[in-house]
Write a protein that binds this ligand. Structure first.
Ligand code: ZN
Length: 328
């Protein structure tokens, strides 16, 4: 046999196998998505997302303290308003007494070391359930949508969010938010993470159950990207880096590893996030429950594939599990 044919000597030992990855999952790479609702004492199981709940702000201490102890370093907040009056411009999104702003302040006070990102969108707060403001014919009215989304982002930053993450996919919103942050003298105090390549995926179902954010008519295909749109995703990533995004995100993750890899090539100097969405999480759980694979092994294999593709930050509902597994 030729000398160059022999590879197995390099990975015969478990430790040597870990060296074969350019990077490995660490606790600092995990960002935990959590749902905050407007009943302060809520702790409500979300049936389609195993182990995940909707939390009221009075329950955050008991919920997060054990995770922080295990090494939780960052969260991303999603507001789930159930009692508020929704309207066409999503007024409750930045209500000072709404769940997101109250949660930002509460988490900062309780856990000063935890990095707080906030998802920024209007769909949970508009009566029509779309992510922007609409024209009379039901299409997106871009400019006032961007203005309103920027206003919400700035108000989250003013409340103390370390990062704002617009998921709406309106054209030009990264520039609008960045300018808003700068004008509010928060340009150097708040990270802007763009959901740059967010696809119109069928894997958001459990999230919509959790957040109650399904549109009342139509769908989001005129602003979220078509699943086959490799070129459009590349253009969106390049646009958002040019408009001032500090972090680029690809969502969902597992079916879009090539897009993560493209983002790593197109924005090599930015942190690169990917969102392992609710449907991916539910799918991995369902497969494990059906005996297809071991849950932990599959969870690591999925996340390792994202890291291999170039991700440096993973938004995942498996965060509490990984905090445990990375210790054992
Ligand atoms: Zn939305």
């Amino acid at each position: 046999m030729d000398i160059s044919s022999i590879l197995q000597g390099g990975y015969h030992h478990p430790l040597a196998r870990t060296w074969q990855g350019r990077r490995q999952l660490t606790k600092s790479m995990l960002m935990y998505p959590i749902f905050i609702t407007d009943d302060p004492d809520a702790s409500v199981e979300i049936a389609s997302l195993p182990g995940q709940r909707r939390w009221g702000i009075n329950k955050l201490e008991g919920f997060l303290a054990p995770l922080v102890k295990k090494g939780l370093q960052s969260v991303i907040l999603f507001g789930v308003p159930l009692k508020c009056e929704k309207d066409m411009r999503g007024t409750p999104a930045d209500d000072q007494s709404g769940p997101v702003i109250l949660a930002i302040k509460k988490i900062r006070e309780l856990f000063p070391t935890v990095y707080i990102a906030c998802d920024v969108c209007l769909c949970e707060y508009t009566d029509h359930g779309h992510c922007g403001l609409l024209n009379a014919d039901g299409s997106i009215d871009n400019s006032p949508s961007v203005d309103r989304i920027a206003q919400v982002a700035v108000n989250y930053a003013k409340a103390g969010a370390h990062c704002v993450a617009p998921s709406d996919m309106m054209d030009g919103r990264i520039k609008g938010i960045k300018k808003g942050l700068i004008d509010a003298k928060l340009g150097n105090k708040c990270t802007l993470m763009s959901y740059s390549a967010k696809f119109a995926s069928c894997m958001y179902g459990p999230f919509r159950d959790a957040a109650g954010s399904a549109p009342s008519f139509g769908d989001r295909k005129c602003y979220q990207l078509p699943p086959a749109a490799k070129g459009l995703a590349r253009r969106a990533i390049q646009r958002d880096t040019a408009e001032g995004a500090d972090i680029i995100m690809v969502k969902p993750a597992l079916p879009y590893l090539d897009v993560i890899s493209d983002a790593a090539e197109l924005a090599p100097d930015h942190p690169l996030a990917c969102y392992q969405v609710s449907g991916e999480f539910a799918m991995i759980h369902a497969g494990a429950a059906a005996g297809v694979y071991d849950l932990r092994t599959m969870a690591f294999e999925a996340v390792d594939s994202m890291i291999r593709a170039g991700a440096t930050l993973i938004l995942t509902y498996f965060t509490p599990d990984f905090l445990e597994w990375l210790d054992n």
